[in-house]
Ligand binder design. Structure first.
Ligand SMILES: [Zn+2]
Length: 67
């Protein structure tokens, strides 16, 4: 847990993200930047890369929740 003055919240959040990003793998960075479009015909799971038809709220391959 991290406590900061509310005015510093956005800066603290960015610093935490930057620190995580610096250590993240290429796949983790790609997943963090992916956006799931539930109106698209297909979804590509950001965790495992499986592409499947829109509908299920979890990836049918790895079970990642997608809501
Ligand atoms: Zn998956």
């Amino acid at each position: 847990m991290l406590a900061v003055a509310s005015a510093e919240g956005p800066r603290a959040a960015q610093a935490l993200y930057d620190a995580w990003y610096a250590r993240a793998s290429e796949a983790e960075r790609r997943a963090a930047e992916s956006v799931i479009d539930h109106n698209a015909a297909e979804i590509t799971c950001p965790a495992c890369g499986t592409t499947f038809a829109t509908g299920p709220s979890e990836c049918p391959d790895c079970g990642l929740g997608l809501l």
